[in-house]
Design a protein around this ligand. Sequence first.
Ligand SMILES: Cc1ncc(COP(=O)(O)O)c(C=O)c1O
Length: 365
Amino acid sequence: MTALVEKLVPDSIKKLIPYQSARRIARDMDKTENTIWLNANELETCCQYGERQDGANSHYHRYPDYLPTDLAVAYREYGAATLGCQSEIMAVRGADEAIDLLVRTFCQPGNDQILVCPPTYGMYEFCADSIGITTAVVPLTESFQLNLPEITKQLPDTSIVFLCSPNNPTGNVLHQQDVVTLLEATKQQALVVVDEAYIEFAPHTSVLHLMAQYPHLVVIRTLSKAFGLAAIRVGFLIADSSVMSYVARLVAPYPIADPSAEIALKALSASGVAQMKQQTTQLIAIRDEFIHAVSQLSIVDKIYPSSTNFVLIRFKGNDNFYQYLLDHGVVARSPAHEESVQGCVRISIGSAESMDTVLRVLQNY
Ligand SMILES: Cc1ncc(COP(=O)(O)O)c(C=O)c1O
């Protein structure tokens, strides 16, 4: 594995000396009670803005942990307890930062390419585009599964294959046997990143257990979806230590703000996880009822099965249903730029009341 990582990492990253943040230095030091911390140009005492909260924010004048280990430990307990010790977990600012870090760590502009399988999440290609890295595009098959023969042709030039399962915007899970076949084919060649942003809606489909056998597999997770914490910007990168040692060179000095870490720790506690699971069960029931009702409508060509908190609907004819919904106060998403899902609308699953409203609007078309 180390050989593959050494092959993929550009020389510029190998030479990079990580920024020595104040907390990184502090962690290596013997901390005594009498130490006076004057190394980070912070204020030495805490400021209270607005109403007094009895010391709730008493440590906010200090920079946060440079890599919040308590968050990584909490996530391992929640979602990755069976992971081997060779795999590491890093808390990052949402799954989007994990994608960006992987592209910047393992691809050199003008030299390397990533591979994506649309229709899928747009950030993989966007991150590559933003720094001049080529993207090879191998569309999913008609049933939104991997086109392995076409992917294989591209592998000799590819550094990272980005997969998304359950996939956005199609809502389906990739066949695990196909992921395994791809992992076999990429062993000496490329990293395979599986974005599991929606995994709590189909937990049994995770590929995490494959990491022990395939250390070039990297998994991305987030608290933005099932945990309902999109605003705090916390996600996780799970990878072999050889991958992580290079990613850690590029990560921002203080990636997670303290208020975000505090909320994330509560969400990952036993009671937080129980609450998330209960919410998820309720949401799945609302989703399945909505799918059943919408599939009865004559305007609907197809509503795709979903393992997520959204559904993809294909309407009959060429009418603009995205605009129709918008005109009636429902903001959905039109993945019109993706050829294979043109004419489709993606709708997130909200409360039972919201989904009843959407259904009524569609019934009145
Ligand atoms: C597949 C997928 N990955 C990642 C993200 C971004 O997640 P985060 O909010 O953790 O950055 C999204 C958000 O829509 C997504 O759909």
